[in-house]
Design a protein around this ligand. Structure first.
Ligand code: ADP
Ligand code: LRH
Length: 472
């Protein structure tokens, strides 16, 4: 096998990027060719993703990719989970909703009136998050929003459709809908029927690594490419791609994919569906190569980014690295609060909500931005440590190393405090694990590399040596 280059389109909740990955038998180089903000838009009917803006960013990125790498072999897309577009034929019906939109409350009630949460967990193995696709669809159905639709595409599958003309549902991301059977990974027809959802909305499921098609002629023209470029399904759930590229080299290892959300857990061969697991709100999401991502969503750096946005709207602009450096030397008392309180989910004034939480719980209220940032990072690290302990207990594993990947791996304070609170060494990086996982699964589908996830991870570990933080 010889080396070759593929492009990853990775859409995160905070930003999107297009990365080029040059991969060979013993070779892995990844570089960014485009980055664009992902800024949601609120209109009269709720909070939406600006999907056309993201698509334009992706197309612009592919144009740069082809200019830099005329021999580009292929493209694949990943993004955040659970959200979707409804279509009739080729036409998208309305702009996709953002999972932080409040419309799903009614959907939760409808679904749980039909199926008690324990039964649902037994079928789909998913943690309860009020925005899981199943609840969003129940809310849409109630509002008549499904009446005209004949297909549903999750966000990365929508972009794949626009690029290739093929409608598919990639399995790792489909596993986050709540409508896929955890035991065999197929659409849960009975559940779909019981909820009164049209079965015809759901496209055929494909595994990560499946060749889907190639870029449409109009797309090739737009990006200035004159040759065939393949479109592959990778772990299209960003967290699934991130887990592919966690440079785990041994046993007893956990991971934290730390971005807008923090996904904290372990990789398992099969699901854990115990009542204790459900009570602790752990999820069994589908991984690449049939692995199970056994993890829990922790509120994540959203707490920080939404605080920065609040201050910015009030005319106070901070640079994050500077603020974190000051928070690292903060020597006053530090309040630890429950980062997963549901009040923090929606967009809006984050500092005020954190202070209100502290008041209600008789905790010292952080006053200055530096103190608040310290309090957020310390509370996240404590939540990471707690979640790691629970993950170990519920899955019957031991954890003696934890990897942090994603934007949070650049946050030295967070990495050090995670080591301190958990008592195990932290290995930080790569920052762009998601795009790297996307690249590697494409490269394997193209025959540029072979082997198990373990051999792909060994390649990542060599190309991106992690930075180590020992517990103090
Ligand atoms: P997503 O994929 O959800 O869009 P990312 O993995 O890109 O998220 O992570 C974004 C987060 O990474 C930011 O909110 C910020 O907290 C953190 N981050 C990015 N750059 C830095 C940096 N230089 N220092 C510390 N933290 C950083
Ligand atoms: C992270 C993520 C996470 C989901 C959330 C909706 O970007 O995909 O795994 O729970 O977004």
């Amino acid at each position: 096998t010889s080396a070759g280059t593929v492009a990853a389109i990775d859409l995160g909740a905070s930003s999107g990027r297009v990365m080029l990955g040059h991969v060979g038998h013993n070779e892995l180089n990844v570089r960014s060719v485009a980055r664009f903000a992902n800024t949601p838009v609120r209109t009269i009917d709720g909070l939406h993703w600006n999907i056309l803006d993201l698509y334009r960013g992706a197309i612009g990125g592919l144009r740069s990719a082809v200019r830099e790498e005329p021999e580009l072999l292929g493209v694949a897309v990943d993004s955040w989970a659970v959200d979707y577009a409804l279509l009739r034929g080729q036409r998208m019906l309305g702009n996709p909703f953002h999972y932080r939109d409040g419309r799903t409350t009614a959907g939760v009630d409808i679904v749980h009136a039909t199926l008690p949460p324990a039964e649902l967990y037994g079928r789909n193995g998913l943690q309860f998050l009020p925005f899981n696709t199943v609840y969003q669809l129940a809310a849409d159905r109630l509002a008549g929003g499904l009446d005209d639709a004949d297909s549903l595409l999750l966000i990365p599958d929508l972009i794949t459709y626009w690029l290739s003309g093929e409608k598919i549902a990639e399995r790792t991301n489909a596993s986050t809908t709540g409508l896929v059977e955890v035991s065999h990974g197929d659409w849960d027809d009975e559940l779909i029927a019981r909820l009164g959802l049209p079965r015809g909305l759901f496209p055929r499921l494909v595994d990560a690594g499946t060749h889907v098609g190639s870029l449409l002629p109009d797309v090739l023209a737009e990006i200035g490419a004159g040759h065939r470029i393949d479109v592959t399904a990778v772990g299209s759930h960003d967290t699934a791609s991130a887990v592919v590229a966690v440079p785990m080299t041994g046993q007893n290892t956990a991971y934290i994919s730390s971005g807008t959300w923090s996904l904290v857990g372990v990789e398992l061969a099969g699901p854990v569906l115990s009542e204790a697991s459900r009570a602790a709100n752990f999820t069994n999401e589908g991984g690449v190569d049939g692995r199970v991502r056994y993890l829990r969503n922790v509120m994540g750096l959203w707490l920080l980014s939404e605080s920065l946005r609040t201050w910015e709207l009030a005319g106070q602009t901070f640079d994050l690295p500077g603020l974190l450096a000051q928070a690292g030397t903060w020597s006053g008392p530090v309040t630890v609060f429950d980062v997963d309180d549901p009040r923090f989910l929606a967009p809006g004034d984050m500092p005020s909500r954190i202070r209100a939480y502290c008041r209600e719980h008789d905790l010292r209220e952080p006053v200055t931005p530096v103190e608040l940032v310290r309090c957020i990072v310390e509370s996240l690290a404590e939540a990471y440590a707690h979640t790691l302990r629970v993950a170990a207990e519920l899955s019957g594993t031991r954890i003696d190393t934890v990897h942090i990947v994603g934007g949070g791996s650049l946050n030295e304070l967070l990495c050090q405090l995670t080591a301190d609170h958990s008592g195990v060494p932290v290995l930080a990086g790569p920052v762009e694990a998601t795009a790297i996982g996307n690249v590697l699964v494409q490269a394997r589908a193209q025959g540029l590399v072979t082997g198990s996830l373990e051999s792909l991870r060994a390649l990542v570990a060599r190309a991106f040596a992690p930075r180590r933080y020992d517990p103090r």
